[in-house]
Design a protein around this ligand. Structure first.
Ligand code: GBH
Length: 512
């Protein structure tokens, strides 16, 4: 070992790409799968930008072996995917039958990943609630029912897959589940007070009730895992939260305070109870009796219920006090600085600009506030108008490469200079896919999907990331200049086009 200051990520640093069941699987009515709330929602006129649904998506339920081959080609260490609850338990409930075909699908995928040296990183819930539970009792609005049903679903997954899965995420982005599903009504089940949008719903109460149920479902599933599975299976389990960095618009104290208020509503809503044991004070003051309370017994289960901080983040918002958006804690977001300049490069989505310093600042903030190891479980960019470009041009995804250059350098800076304990990084997404209310018009993939043929094409950003992680994670192997490759190693090297670009060690050794 040398005495040099570390310049790379530690060798056990986890990286890979992320996806979610409903966004990629398709095959919505095969092998006994029950409907999820997104099945019918995405088919209602006006709910997705291009009017398209998730029936085919990237066809990954059928093409999973091809997807796996591509992951192997990329050389990822891990793959983050989610399990569709309604494949495993078609009607979702605790007394409803388990579907062996659903278990079999994920079981084969998990086996194949492991055989290829790829660690499965599994999300139990990425927004595809079984439709039957929504119809039966209102889904996330019914705490007493949903907690029990979610815990039973979790049990089925721990029993079926926990011998091989050592990294569990209970929930993906409770803020989105609650606010977008029950407040703004733009995501399934689409409930809102806006009667042009939804015949039912109360945006002033339902998001906070749904969020409360999500926290408790997460917490009781973790309790189950720790009590009945962890000692035998030895895995880790936690939740993953969305949250973008909030930067004061200027140094006006009201705007400085507003940035904290924005973080309280976006992140603290979930992170404070889970890591600190209480809802943020500002949320309590603002929502009063509309914010449900935890019983003492529940609080004991909630506090400390995540082994790590799961972080999904995309952008930075400049925050000002004011406005009427309760979901943002009565703050206003903008990307335009006081001097009129843009914060960063605009993405295809209005809510997303590239600002890597914000990613680094958010990592520090979360590390200081919660003191938990951080797994970055999503981070990504949608290039403006990528969908209207011919494939050859779309593959040259310059703005996405710039984005990942920024975030990877922020990531390594946060680890090596700021001392933040970051253990994993998963760019979103492995593939272009069903981008929820945007349909297929917004592409987040590092791999281009031609939806006519379902062929996959690596974009420049995939090549950049593959190479970056090869170059920036410590390896067990001796440096190439100490151990030149043998002739037979070189002759036996069966390279792919990607390997040429990313430069396997033995080829670099030759050149040196
Ligand atoms: C992730 O959410 C999802 O986990 C993933 O499934 C998705 O494909 C990916 O992002 C890309 O979108 O203007 O009020 O509607 C990202 C977190 C939070 C980003 C809400 C968009 C819009 C807020 N999202 N935000 S609003």
């Amino acid at each position: 070992m040398s005495n040099e200051v570390a310049s790379k990520l530690p060798k056990d640093f986890i990286w890979g790409f992320a996806t979610a069941s409903f966004q990629i699987e398709g095959s919505t009515n095969v092998d006994g799968r029950g409907k999820s709330i997104w099945d019918d929602f995405s088919k209602q006129p006006g709910k997705t930008l291009d009017g398209r649904d998730g029936d085919i998506a990237t066809d990954s339920y059928r093409l999973w072996k091809e997807d796996l081959a591509l992951l192997v080609q990329y050389g990822v260490k891990s793959y983050r995917f989610s399990i569709a609850w309604s494949r495993v338990i078609p009607l979702g409930g605790r007394n409803d039958p388990v579907n062996p075909k659903g278990i079999e699908f994920y079981s084969k995928l998990i086996d194949a990943l492991i055989e290829n040296g790829i660690t499965p990183f599994v999300t139990l819930y990425h927004w595809d609630l079984p439709q039957a539970l929504h119809e039966r009792y209102g889904g996330w609005l019914n705490k007493d029912e949903i907690v029990q049903d979610y815990v039973r679903y979790s049990r089925v997954c721990f029993e079926a897959f926990g011998d091989r899965v050592k990294h569990w995420l209970t929930m993906n982005e409770p803020w989105c589940i609650s606010i977008l599903g029950y407040g703004r009504g733009v995501f399934a089940p689409g409930r809102s007070s806006d009667r042009d949008r939804s015949p039912e719903g109360d945006s002033s109460t339902e998001p906070w009730i749904a969020g409360h149920s999500v926290i408790l479902s997460h917490a009781y599933a973790v309790k189950l895992y720790r009590e009945e599975f962890k000692s035998a299976q030895g895995g880790q389990i936690g939740i993953t939260l969305n949250g973008d960095w909030a930067m004061p618009y200027d140094d006006n104290p009201q705007n400085v305070e507003a940035a904290q208020h924005a973080l309280d509503f976006a992140i603290g809503w979930f992170a404070d109870p889970i890591y600190l044991g209480h809802y943020p004070e500002y949320m309590k003051q603002t929502l009063r009796d509309r914010l449900p309370e935890f019983t003492q017994e529940e609080l004991i289960v909630v506090k400390g219920s995540s082994d790590f901080y799961g972080m999904n983040t995309y952008t930075t918002n400049l925050c000002r006090a004011g406005g009427d958006d309760e979901f943002q804690g009565f703050t206003e977001y903008t990307f335009i600085r006081p001097d009129g300049t843009q914060l960063g490069t605009q993405a295809h989505c209005a809510w997303l600009q590239d600002y890597p310093q914000g990613f680094r600042d958010l990592l520090s903030y979360l590390w200081k506030r919660y003191r938990m190891p951080i797994y970055v479980t999503e981070n990504g960019f949608a290039v403006k108008d990528e969908n209207s470009k011919p494939i050859e041009q779309a593959l040259l995804d310059h703005d996405r490469v710039q984005y990942f250059k920024g975030t990877t350098s922020a990531l390594i800076g946060a680890v090596l200079e700021d001392g933040v304990d970051i253990r994993a990084y998963f760019p979103w997404s492995f593939l272009d896919n069903f981008e929820w209310a945007d349909g297929y018009t917004t592409r987040f993939g590092v791999t281009y999907v031609d939806y006519e043929t379902q062929k996959r094409y690596p974009k420049e950003s995939a090549k950049f990331l593959v190479k970056w992680f090869k170059d920036n994670i410590e390896s067990d192997e001796q440096p190439y200049y100490q151990q030149p490759p043998t002739v037979s190693q070189i002759n036996n090297f069966s390279g792919s086009p990607l390997d040429n670009l990313s430069g396997p060690a033995m080829i670099q050794g030759l050149k040196a």
